[in-house]
Design a protein around this ligand. Structure first.
Ligand code: PXL
Length: 262
């Protein structure tokens, strides 16, 4: 089977990060290998949370993976809480030809998440510039490029050498779009929009894209599937608190690969 390293936190509540990445990559037919950046009682959007930081474990964990002689087809990164974590990842990705998808988790709805200092955002940008694909929302695109114009912001990232830029959460005419930019190409895929913004949708989006790409899809159909999946799940979720996340579990089977022999 193909292998994907998932570098992200594990949050007890808030259905996000590894909590969504592992099942989604798995249901799409790839082995998920988690490298936790932190363990939290709940994601940071809640009023309070407890956190165990795993910064100092990451480099030894990567070294151990190297000793095990494992190699990865994909590497998906998400939430980081310290610059040193990203230094460990930069070292790890140096010696791999895996597909690198960096979800530059920094903020949403015009605001940075708690704890995202200027220096952490600069380090996240350094990692993003090594990626094959990045999936910023509009807030993160601005934090990466200083641009509020989506096309101009995406172009800056393409010009820095990133092959594919997927800008998420573009609201237009009552729909929500995700725009794929590659050199000389731009296609936006719209899905039905339900009011609100929910924990973990960015993580679900990036995980579906990685899983679909490793299963052989092109990036355009991967983005279309990811957007339609999130739209379907939100319409069928009963979220009272945005921090709780959405009920992706009920629809995981829709992503499933059904071509295996029984
Ligand atoms: O879904 C993004 C995310 C991931 N991990 C943690 C977070 C957030 C957003 O707030 O707090 C811990």
């Amino acid at each position: 089977m193909k292998k994907c390293a998932l570098i992200n936190d594990l949050s007890g509540f808030g259905k996000c990060s590894l909590g969504v990445g592992i099942p989604i990559i798995s249901v799409l037919g790839t082995e998920a290998h988690p490298m936790p950046t932190a363990v939290l009682s709940a994601q940071t959007g809640y009023d309070s949370y407890e956190k165990i930081d795993l910064t100092d474990s990451m480099q030894p964990f990567f070294s151990h993976w190297e000793k095990m002689n494992v190699s990865f087809d994909g590497i998906l990164t998400g939430y980081f809480s310290a610059e040193k974590q990203i230094d460990a990842v930069l070292e790890f990705v140096k010696n791999t030809d895996a597909l690198l998808l960096v979800d530059p988790v920094m903020g949403d709805s015009g605001e940075r998440y708690k704890g995202f200092s200027d220096s952490l955002c600069i380090k996240i940008k350094e990692l993003a510039l090594q990626a094959d694909i990045v999936t910023p929302n509009i807030t993160e695109l601005y934090l990466l490029t200083g641009e509020t114009d989506i096309t101009k912001g995406a172009q800056i990232l393409l010009d820095s050498g990133i092959k594919t830029v997927v800008v998420t959460g573009i609201k237009q005419h009552g729909q929500i779009g995700n725009a794929v930019f590659e050199k000389g190409k731009c296609r936006t895929f719209f899905s039905d929009y339900s009011e609100g913004s929910f924990s973990g949708t960015g993580d679900i989006f990036a995980s579906v894209i990685m899983g679909k790409l490793l299963a052989g899809s092109d990036v355009f159909s991967a983005v279309e599937t990811a957007g339609d999946f999130i739209s379907l799940v939100i319409r069928n979720s009963n979220a009272v608190n945005r921090n709780d996340g959405i009920d992706f579990e009920k629809f995981l089977y829709r992503l499933g690969v059904d071509e295996y022999e029984t």
